[in-house]
Design a protein around this ligand. Structure first.
Ligand code: CA
Length: 233
């Protein structure tokens, strides 16, 4: 079991991390909101649970929660809130959190919430995306084309996953930049085109033609046939 802890107060983070590690869990700790969100987006398949503080440098926990849920990530999230205001609890749950815990808490209380969340059935592990003969597994990060494994870089994987989640739709460069890169990108650079070209070369095998379609002046598209079921995690 692996957990991601996003908390800026070192004292609390150390207590939670040490306590959970004593119980046999692996815990990755991140102190910044933006960095935490990026970690969830890229590696959510690696984590069984995210423990998320609300007041964070970079980005607020509720915003992070809403954003990752909008992107179809269903990893359980336990919110830690310093405030006992009912508003925070309501917005945490409305934002897609699975549970919340008010600070100060004792470790026993946290641990019982964690155990309860980890007992919930995992519906996210088995879903795969399928389009144009490509099978992409977001959890194992494996990609095959006509049954043959393709090796992709992190960015290429991110772009392909995004295109496949939006199969049969035209996605723009900005859509891809926003979903795959961090928030400090230069939107006038050709970074997306460069990665798209690499990805396209890896996908163009045999006599299939161009799997990754360029819609001139707009963006890109991957097509899924009616027999291919596009599953959204
Ligand atoms: Ca905090």
């Amino acid at each position: 079991m692996k957990l991601l802890l996003i908390e800026d107060e070192a004292q609390i983070a150390n207590l939670v991390k040490a306590g959970l590690e004593r119980e046999g869990y692996a815990v990755d700790w991140i102190a910044d909101g933006l960095e935490g969100q990026r970690r969830i987006e890229l590696y959510h398949g690696d984590y069984d649970l995210v423990i998320l503080d609300l007041m964070l440098p970079g980005k607020n926990g509720i915003e992070i929660c809403k954003d990752v849920r909008t992107k179809g990530i269903s990893t359980p999230i336990l919110i830690l809130t310093a405030k006992s205001y009912i508003d925070d609890k309501v917005s945490a749950l409305e934002g897609g959190a699975d549970d919340y815990l008010t600070k100060p808490f004792d470790f026993k209380e946290l641990f019982s919430r964690v155990k309860a969340l980890l007992r919930r059935p995992k519906d996210r592990m088995t879903l795969e995306l399928v389009a144009s003969g490509i099978v992409l597994n977001p959890s194992s990060r494996r990609v095959t084309l006509d049954g043959e494994e393709i090796s992709l870089t992190l960015k290429e994987f991110g772009i392909l996953e995004y295109l496949m989640r939006h199969a049969n739709q035209v996605v723009t460069r900005d859509d891809i930049l926003f979903s795959v890169w961090d928030f400090h990108f230069d939107s006038f650079s050709n970074v997306v085109d460069v990665h798209i070209n690499h990805l396209r070369k890896k996908l163009n095998r045999g006599n299939r033609g161009d799997i990754l379609e360029t819609i001139r002046g707009v963006g890109y598209r991957i097509n899924a046939t009616t027999e291919e079921h596009v599953l959204k995690a």
